[in-house]
Design a protein around this ligand. Structure first.
Ligand code: TMP
Length: 235
């Protein structure tokens, strides 16, 4: 599939138009990603790791009944996806306290939450990254009540499916970020699901296996990522 025009360039990805107006190509940027991995004995960059992990998880979710934007992996860094209109709100799903939840609520990191917590962050205009609730989502016409119910239902189901899937590799899904968009009148899962958008902790050692660990200690990242990729993708 040939790319035509650069539509948007974000921190982690570029989005290209194609000859098909319903399809765009995501190009993952190597320099922005935290991770490196192994492919057929050779190291690949972080963009390729995120592309592959995300596609692997999206295919798994699609098979389990979650509609996603995924169409097909084109190269190590490029994937064809449906051209969705992304909602200007991120959905964060949390099982265990970490990151901004710890800072906001002052609870100890690693506390298992009594129920799954879903948060919405507005990412538009001057208020980018602001915590909002259902009322804001509907008042700002980010989504209708019906769409919001669907987003919530999908988010909880994705959490259940991914948590169970990762458990077989002794990985605990701590929290993650989702982005949804509209395509053909339907709400579908978009963006990416990768080591840069999820917190994974090793159940046996209690080690962080995600971007947080990389931020804390850059050393040993390659070995850790090789192990993680192998665990996740059998590669
Ligand atoms: P937080 O604890 O910093 O709010 O992050 C919660 C989860 O969401 C964590 O797995 C990282 C992910 N995330 C992103 O992917 N992009 C973002 O911009 C933010 C703030 C969080």
């Amino acid at each position: 599939m040939k790319t035509e025009r650069l539509l948007i360039e974000g921190g982690a990805k570029k989005v290209w138009s194609t000859e098909n107006s319903d399809i765009v190509v995501l190009e993952f940027k190597d320099d922005a990603a935290a991770y490196y991995g192994l492919k057929k004995g050779a190291f690949i960059g972080g963009g390729a790791v995120n592309n592959k992990v995300s596609n692997h998880l999206f295919k798994f979710l699609e098979k389990s009944g979650i509609p996603t934007h995924f169409q097909g992996e084109l190269t190590d860094l490029k994937t064809a996806v449906k051209k969705v209109r992304i909602l200007p709100a991120d959905v964060i799903v949390r099982n265990v306290s970490a990151g901004s939840l710890v800072k906001r609520l002052g609870i100890p990191e690693g506390t298992r939450l009594k129920n799954t917590v879903i948060e919405f962050f507005h990412k538009g205009g001057a208020t980018g990254g602001t915590l909002i609730n259902d009322y804001h989502i509907i008042a700002l016409e980010i989504a209708s009540r019906e769409e919001l119910d669907k987003i919530t239902k999908y988010s909880l189901l994705i959490n259940k499916l991914l948590s169970e899937y990762l458990l077989q590799f002794q990985i605990e899904l701590i929290d993650f970020k989702l982005e949804f968009g509209r395509f053909d009148g339907r709400m579908i899962l978009s963006d990416e699901l990768s080591f840069d958008t999820c917190r994974f902790w090793d159940i046996v050692s209690g080690e962080m296996l995600d971007q947080d660990r990389f931020r804390i200690d850059r050393g040993g990242a390659e070995e850790r990522n090789r192990m993680l990729l192998q665990k996740l993708m059998g590669g």
